[in-house]
Design a protein around this ligand. Sequence first.
Ligand code: SAH
Ligand code: SF4
Ligand code: F3S
Length: 472
Amino acid sequence: MNTENEVKLQEQYIKKIKEINNNKNLKYTILTMGCQLNENESEKLCGMMEKMGYSKTENQNEADVALFNTCCVRENAEDKLFGELGELKRLKEQNGIIIAIGGCMMQEKHITDKIKTSYPFVDILFGTHTLHKFPEDLYKSLQEKRKIEDILDIDGKIYEGLPIKRNSKIKAAVTIMNGCNNFCSYCIVPYVRGRERSRNPRDIINEVRELAKQGYKEITLLGQNVNSYLRVEKEKGIEFEEYEGVNSFATLLRAINKIDGIERIRFVSPHPKDFTDDVIKAIAECKKVCKLVHLPLQSGNSKVLKEMNRKYTKEQYLALVDKMKNTIPNLTLSTDIIVGFPGETDEEFEDTLDVVKQVKFEQVYMFIYSRRVGTPGDKMDNQIPEEIKHKRFNKLKKLVESQIEENNQKYVGTLQKVLVEGQSKNNPNMLSGRTDSNKVVIFEGSLDLIEKIVDMEIVSEHMWYLKGKIKE
Ligand code: SAH
Ligand code: SF4
Ligand code: F3S
């Protein structure tokens, strides 16, 4: 069956479940772990659930279905699921709640084995390649009252036209490619997400146009390696239709930049090795593309980078940063860093600190190396003791925080364009929004400013947010 027919088949299951549920006002909870890609897929799961007649609740006690969309990129993501499952046993016994677990963790056999033996009350297990089939899985679980396991170990396909219920009315994530071919030696993603595959330009452009029509202002393009969009297709001679001149990541940015109504374009994550000049030029020339670029470093030491299979050296990374800063006015950068990769010495770790000092990132997402079963990193015999990993992490954190403080001070007194997202979570009397460089700004203002871009003067800085005043 082709993917279009597979999606149509699922629409039939959606209808069947809606009939069975028959306006009974059933409810579901969803817990999403992991990256923005998972968040976007959860929006699709929510879209399916709502079409089947379920409405979302935050209260597990009143839920008929509890959904989990899992992540396995680090150990603490996995621990979270097992903590939750312990809690759910009671609810299962009390009111027969249906428990469905999907996402990246389900692509790992040792995890599904553990769930089946230690948490046998779980009803549905589904993987990353079968998310579109959730209505069928739920239908079978409800009708046939049996456990469902729907997990495939394949390269993966693209399914267009799934229902979607988005979390925000102004910011939307648009997945442009899925899977990864890079096999960084610490990373589990290629094993649980399959090989790189890109969506057709036409499908992406049409989705963004539709979002613009609905009033969305900010688009984040998602993929494990966004700047190799359409690369595999070209290399392998897989046919794709060029649409609005889109045949690469750079041309995709340019095409989306032209869509009326969209005001900001972001993307995560690019890989430094694939950051070609045409992409740098497109970022510089496209007004709507935000000048904050996420450029994952992972380590600042060339030997560690080689062991990580990142395919660039410290010098190449720094040269790329220089080139980008010289070509893109007002560019700021954020990054991901792993400390304590197997074999990393104190000296090698100092190189990471050195790059952080030189680049002065706007934001650094810091991670302690976590062994992942099945990756080359896990088999290396020179693992770093936990204590040393934590020491390095704290040292990096201190440096990063001092840089953020210093950087925040530069904002005070400047004018910023702020996309107003809503009332501040911590103080409902204030509004909250974000700058082009993704800094949170809190300010006083009337509710009708929500969803608008407002000119603002930054009046003070506070580690994780800035305070602003609307420019009269
Ligand atoms: N595809 C993206 C991000 C993948 S996962 C990229 O290449 O940048 C997000 C981040 O998690 C990675 O950038 C890395 O910093 C971190 N990460 C991945 N595997 C990890 C592991 N085993 N231990 C610790 N951090 C890890
Ligand atoms: Fe993981 Fe590397 Fe692929 Fe990113 S590029 S998902 S870190 S293997
Ligand atoms: Fe986690 Fe899967 Fe994303 S492992 S980081 S949810 S691709």
